[in-house]
Design a protein around this ligand. Structure first.
Ligand SMILES: C[S@@+](CC[C@H](N)C(=O)[O-])C[C@H]1O[C@@H](n2cnc3c(N)ncnc32)[C@H](O)[C@@H]1O
Length: 181
């Protein structure tokens, strides 16, 4: 394992994710989880009382995540393989947190698709909850505006050392709450 990823997996990931608001017992959706560089530390933080739904369309990455979760003895992760559909298979107001880390960008979605996904994220989030976004490959202001357009407001912005494609990089985590007007 590369040095950065090793450090991240051995505790730094948990430390950072706690700082951005991940807590014991939460029910969380990691949409576009990949092989789990964020899912695994999240699962450790939320513990047995929490549940992480790790969703992706890439079966190879999900197989890796399954293997890593098994090695880490993490039993609180439900892995969901989709065909890439933007309608989320969850009831309204189900999650305490939805994370969109390095996924909400033009490489995967058109403007209209991002909007559709964000509306779904709004629907599945509880009232007192948050959407956590790690924007990559898109301007911070642009993504903020798109998210605010579907009735979220920016709660807090964190500058952190984050893991991106298995290496450390400085990046922002933006947390948004739901507006009700
Ligand atoms: C750059 S990776 C980021 C992985 C992980 N969130 C991280 O930060 O390490 C983006 C992931 O989003 C997934 N993805 C893209 N579009 C998707 C869609 N429509 N439905 C589910 N997963 C999607 C890709 O398969 C890929 O695994």
């Amino acid at each position: 394992m590369r040095d950065d990823l090793k450090k991240w997996m051995e505790g730094e990931g948990e430390r950072v994710l706690k700082q951005v608001g991940i807590k014991t017992g939460q029910i969380i959706l990691d949409f576009g989880c990949g092989s789990g560089n964020y899912s695994l530390p999240i699962a450790k933080i939320i513990g047995d009382k929490g549940k992480l739904f790790a969703l992706d369309k890439n079966g190879t990455d999900l197989d890796k995540l399954t293997q890593r979760a098994r090695e880490g003895k993490l039993n609180n992760i439900k892995i969901i393989k989709t065909k890439g559909e933007l309608i989320l298979p969850f009831k309204d107001e189900f999650f305490d947190v939805v994370v969109l880390y390095d996924v909400l960008h033009f490489y995967y979605f058109s403007f209209d698709e991002r909007k559709k996904l964000l509306k779904e994220v709004y629907r599945v989030l509880k009232q007192d909850s948050f959407l956590s976004v790690y924007p990559e490959h898109m301007g911070l202001e642009e993504i903020k505006r798109e998210i605010e357009d579907v009735n979220f407001y920016l709660k807090r912005k964190y500058l952190k050392r984050l893991i991106h494609e298995d290496s450390y990089t400085k990046g922002y985590i933006l947390n948004f709450g739901k507006k009700f007007s």
